[in-house]
Design a binder for this molecule. Sequence first.
Ligand SMILES: NC(=O)c1ccc[n+]([C@@H]2O[C@H](COP(=O)([O-])OP(=O)(O)OC[C@H]3O[C@@H](n4cnc5c(N)ncnc54)[C@H](O)[C@@H]3O)[C@@H](O)[C@H]2O)c1
Length: 287
Amino acid sequence: MAYNLLKGKKGIIFGALNSASIAWKVAEKAHEEGAEFVLTNTEVAMRMGDTHELAKQTNSLVIPADATSLEDLENLIQKTMAHFGGQIDFILHSIGMSPNVRKKLPYDALNYDYFLKTLDVSALSFHKVIQTAKKFDAVKEWGSIVALSYVAAQRTLFEYNDMAEAKATLESIARSFGYIYGREKHVRINTISQSPTMTTAGSGVKGINSLIDFTERMSPLGNASADECADYCITLFSDLTKKVTMQNLFHDGGFSSMGMSYRAMQMYNKSLDCKRCDDKECCDDCI
Ligand SMILES: NC(=O)c1ccc[n+]([C@@H]2O[C@H](COP(=O)([O-])OP(=O)(O)OC[C@H]3O[C@@H](n4cnc5c(N)ncnc54)[C@H](O)[C@@H]3O)[C@@H](O)[C@H]2O)c1
């Protein structure tokens, strides 16, 4: 159900690769809520993915940009402003990539050139996007900028690797730039820390299926889906959240506040060797 929350608003959405992408869902919902936006991704992602299909579906302009390139970002911001005839209201940064994860290098044998690439693509690009937008005074007063993060910024999770450092930096950029952009232009900047989600980037995380099962069992409300994440993004782009800034907002069904749940404990007990008989599949009462 649409509420017209973004009627008349204009924005830029980074990172819609295919229909599983969180940014894809945000674009669909933003369109339903009355927004107009530019879709952007790297040239390679445009060729491999379905961004142009989404553009048709949402009547959007596509402008390619590598979010690590200031030249590309300047081109993107200037063309977007020309397209809309002025300033925009919101930006979604939905970008993540680690060459160390892709090449399956463990955390204690990282390639440092790859590490720098991880940080550049997944964190510094957020700073570059905001700095470029500010340079061209692209965002209206009370505009909203959102990036997507993960709880590995605060807690250690098996095999999340150097993306943990990237997410910690990303969240810090939201605070540091949120102060400056808020003070000067009333632009708000937040990160949303989303549940593990089965997307192209998500499926690169080792053991993602087990992780999704574990967090589902640990979270009182269950994992948050990509669609639900999109709903949350829409509220942050809307005028209903004008005084929310410099926050990392957990959107994870309660996972980040849990230590152990009954459902996870049950599963853990089931996996223990039975103390009374040789049957490992035997019932909970036996343990
Ligand atoms: N999937 C999850 O489990 C999960 C959980 C929490 C947070 N997140 C975050 O959500 C965001 C979106 O990821 P997703 O899960 O929708 O996966 P996705 O693979 O659909 O999206 C990642 C996007 O990043 C883009 N990208 C990579 N390098 C880029 C560059 N140099 N310039 C511009 N774009 C570039 C890709 O082309 C892709 O569109 C990421 O920041 C990710 O870390 C994902």
